[in-house]
Design a protein. Structure first.
Length: 339
């Protein structure tokens, strides 16, 4: 009888311990988005080249320094060179970049727009960058047909066919404004000044401007004012869509190699990608095979399950003393029994 009680006690303890471990492991956080095998802990970024992006806005040329800094910051960086843009191609990445679609112009397809929208809605990050006046001048098409605008329109932000001017705060001329007014937002953290030559303003209908011109700046297209003096034309805007995030910048050149380390342009770039790329936790049951993996999975969940663990511990202690009491009673019965 003593052996039976002892075995039952051990079985109860093992059962309680197993349930507690399973509960802890069962809510371990994992990434909600599949990513390439080479991706490290921070995320992966895909630069599109299928829309004939401007030559300097590719990671093999004018974005080479940007790519190096992103890798140094812990991101994996890749380029998409074969179209069309599909969900299957982009869904394995944390963020997609479409910077300055150029000539010869390639119209972005409806299915491509839908796949990008789905990607963002499911938690992906999207960076759009375009110069409105440049598209109109070189593609000879209306600014609304710019692929960046056709995609941006789905999120309420587009670039205008104009140039932002600042007569006072500039670097060599009004068409090279120095932006020094920012919203309080993670994308603008630590910024004091950002500058690029001949930026375009943004039309922000469904988002938030985070970088804009000051009170004497304006945006003009030929003889038409898009934003009159004092209207603070937006240069960078952000929005959230579904589980994902979008940033639109009115000039891809702000991150070109020749401009990246001027002013706070590099800081802006890192802020943008840090905000775009977010970890989306999901609830999964993951049984690991090694002690090290099991410990790693359990430790982050201990604060969450502290209360439950305490209750289970009390139940274990109560069960122990109850079993001990029964064992003593059984022992007493056996000692008094006449064989």
């Amino acid at each position: 009888m003593r052996v039976f009680v002892r075995h039952r006690l051990k079985a109860s303890a093992a059962a309680v311990l197993f349930i507690w471990l399973l509960a802890c492991v069962g809510v371990s956080e994992t990434s909600a988005r599949p990513v390439p095998a080479e991706q490290n802990s921070k995320g992966s970024i895909l630069f599109d080249e299928t829309l004939n992006e401007y030559g300097e806005s590719r990671i093999s040329t004018g974005y080479a320094e940007l790519a190096r800094n992103l890798k140094d910051a812990g991101y994996a960086v890749d380029s998409l060179t074969a179209g069309p843009i599909t969900y299957e191609k982009i869904s394995h990445y944390s963020a997609l970049v479409i910077a300055a679609p150029f000539t010869p112009p390639r119209s972005v397809g409806t299915s491509e727009i839908g796949d990008v929208k789905r990607f963002v809605g499911e938690g992906g990050g999207l960076l759009l960058a375009a110069v409105g006046w440049s598209w109109v001048a070189y593609a000879k098409l209306d600014v609304s047909s710019d692929p960046a605008n056709r995609i941006g329109a789905e999120f309420g932000i587009t670039v205008n066919d104009d140039v932002i001017y600042d007569p006072k705060d500039n670097d060599g001329g009004p068409a090279r404004p120095i932006f020094h007014e920012f919203a309080i937002h993670p994308t603008t953290y630590g910024l004091s000044r950002v500058c690029v030559d001949s930026p375009s303003s943004l039309a922000v209908g469904g988002g938030l401007a985070v970088v804009w011109g000051d009170d004497d700046s304006y945006a003009q297209s030929k003889s038409t004012y898009t934003y009159p003096r004092g209207a603070r034309p937006p240069f960078v805007a952000i929005t959230e869509f579904g589980s994902g995030r979008v940033v639109y910048i009115g000039h891809d050149g702000v991150f070109h190699d020749r401009n990246l380390r001027t002013y706070d342009n590099l800081k802006l770039a890192l802020n943008v990608f840090n905000w775009l790329i977010q970890s989306k936790p999901t609830t999964t049951v993951t049984l690991t095979s090694t002690t090290t993996e099991l410990t790693s999975a359990i430790l982050p969940t201990l604060p969450v399950f502290g209360g439950i663990g305490a209750l289970l511990l009390l139940a274990f202690i109560a069960g122990y003393y109850l079993a001990k009491r029964r064992r003593n009673e059984t022992t007493a019965d056996e000692d008094t029994k006449i064989w």
